[in-house]
Design a protein around this ligand. Structure first.
Ligand SMILES: [Zn+2]
Length: 494
């Protein structure tokens, strides 16, 4: 294999030096999270952060830096003020975050909550006519304790490297990958079920709904409802509270203590579409025959409304901007054009990347091909947590193995050596893959991502590790550079 290596060691060493010694990734992430905080799609926070990223890409000297709107009559929603307090039998503040895309309360609401599983339609119907002005508390609480944590062991990585099928029940990313078109259909039918429940809650004039966080005590796993379009309904106010508070209040009700709650939520719903943008920049290719071809790197810039969106996916975007910074700084002259895309709307259903795909790449439902379908050599997505890259998922294409093993070889000594045919799930590379564009996610150590970071109030800068950002930027820059320089496009699935 090494006899045919594509690696340019001079460039690899320059990438490593620039990434490990002069990294700007953590400082960029510090700016994104400190200046703007959470970047829920369509908010002014998102737009301010997008403007910052556009300025930053321009200051790196990239070409063709611009916004493209992905708007489809989306709403803007933001929480302006909210709280839940326990007044009786004793005073306590309750740890809470409202669901995104819900309506505000009618002023301050007080009352003893009614225990109802509001997600169970039959259960909810039993209370018909009795819930006007009431606070509902769902007695059931989810459990996210069975998620992966810590670094991957050598055994787990070796098993993933040896699997010969893309979907394995014991795979690294066994999130139940279903064909993309199936997942689109499922989302439509899920929304119909949610609509029935939400319309009933509105009809019954419920004052507010409270759910316990499915994460460990102290960690709010934030939620949203699928009403981010202008013509959508405005659901009654929903809150998530900490598991510790949920257990306490349910316990008080069961012991007949009649816990008295006081709560309020103020939100801004605006029917304007201008804050929904993707952000692009390029290093143009110089080879006359190949410069129209593209190596695309991207990740979603939007986040949940909890925490500051540091791991999901501020770190991914800061690392990708760092990759572009490194490649500019060491002054590569790529044969193909290298393009960075920071997507909006991922958390509401890959809206930003899907808009790009529809305009330029193809139709994921009919399979019709767009103008860039034959030109994109690869799409490298980065949205897998910010901990150390240990390798790459081939997304079902074993032909990539020798190429990717070659590109990873300079990083074996720092723990990145696994090339797995397995699929990675559930983010912006999936619709590219559905059109057979070689599209990838990185294998990354889970560490505390699924327990403490993703979509939670603790998705903050302090839980991101600077050394991982340097390690990851060096690996991604190495893949991007060599994909842009090789004679052929990366092979596609047969
Ligand atoms: Zn994400």
């Amino acid at each position: 294999m090494y006899a045919q290596s594509e690696l340019n060691y001079k460039v690899v060493n320059a990438i490593k030096t620039e990434s490990y010694d002069n990294s700007q990734a953590y400082e960029m992430l510090n700016e994104i999270t400190t200046l703007f905080g959470p970047r829920l799609s369509g908010t002014e926070n998102y737009m301010d952060a997008a403007t910052w990223a556009k300025d930053e890409l321009e200051s790196l000297g990239l070409d063709n830096v611009h916004f493209e709107s992905y708007s489809d009559n989306f709403r803007n929603w933001s929480a302006k003020s909210f709280s839940i307090e326990l007044l009786k039998p004793r005073y306590s503040k309750i740890n809470t975050i409202p669901y995104a895309w819900v309506n505000q309360t009618k002023g301050v609401i007080k009352g003893v909550p009614v225990l109802v599983d509001h997600n169970n339609l039959e259960e909810l119907k039993k209370y018909s006519g009795k819930l006007r002005g009431k606070i509902l508390l769902n007695p059931n609480v989810g459990n996210r304790d069975d998620v992966r944590t810590g670094p991957f062991t050598d055994e787990i990585l070796a098993a993933a490297a040896n699997h010969n099928k893309p979907n394995n029940p014991d795979g690294l990313d066994n999130s139940g990958l279903e064909p993309f078109t199936e997942s689109l259909k499922r989302k439509i039918s899920d929304k119909k079920e949610t609509d029935v429940i939400q319309l009933l809650l509105l009809k019954e004039k419920v004052a507010a709904v409270i759910t316990g966080s499915s994460s460990s005590p102290g960690i709010i796993y934030a939620r949203q409802l699928p009403y981010h379009k202008q013509r959508d309904l405005k659901p009654v106010p929903h809150f998530v509270i900490g598991k510790e508070d949920h257990q306490l209040i349910v316990g008080m009700i069961e012991k007949g203590l009649n816990p008295d709650l006081k709560l309020h939520l103020k939100v801004d719903f605006k029917d304007v579409s201008e804050n929904h943008v993707n952000i692009f920049g390029e290093i143009p290719g110089i080879d006359e025959k190949l410069k129209d071809q593209i190596v695309l790197i991207g990740g979603h810039y939007d986040s949940y409304h909890s925490g500051t969106g540091a791991a999901d996916n501020g770190q991914g975007c800061a690392t990708l901007m760092e990759v572009m910074r490194i490649l500019k700084k060491i002054d590569i002259k790529p044969r193909r054009t290298i393009r960075i895309a920071l997507w909006g709307g991922e958390e509401q259903g890959l809206n930003g990347s899907m808009h790009y795909i529809k305009n330029y790449v193809g139709d994921v439902v009919t399979g019709a091909k767009g103008e860039e379908h034959s030109k994109i050599s690869a799409y490298f997505n980065h949205d897998n947590n910010g901990h150390n890259i240990r390798g790459i998922f081939m997304q079902g294409n074993p032909e990539l193995r020798p190429i990717f093993e070659d590109y990873l070889s300079p990083f074996h000594s720092v723990g990145a050596k696994t090339v797995s045919v397995e699929n990675a799930c559930c983010t912006d590379h999936v619709p590219f893959d559905a059109l057979n564009i070689p599209a990838f996610e990185w294998i990354q150590d889970p560490m505390h991502y699924f327990t403490h970071q993703i979509h939670t109030n603790l998705d903050v800068l302090d839980l991101v590790t600077e050394s991982s950002l340097k390690h990851n930027a060096a690996i991604i820059a190495t893949f991007v550079y060599h994909t842009a320089m090789r004679d052929e496009l990366l092979p596609r699935k047969k």
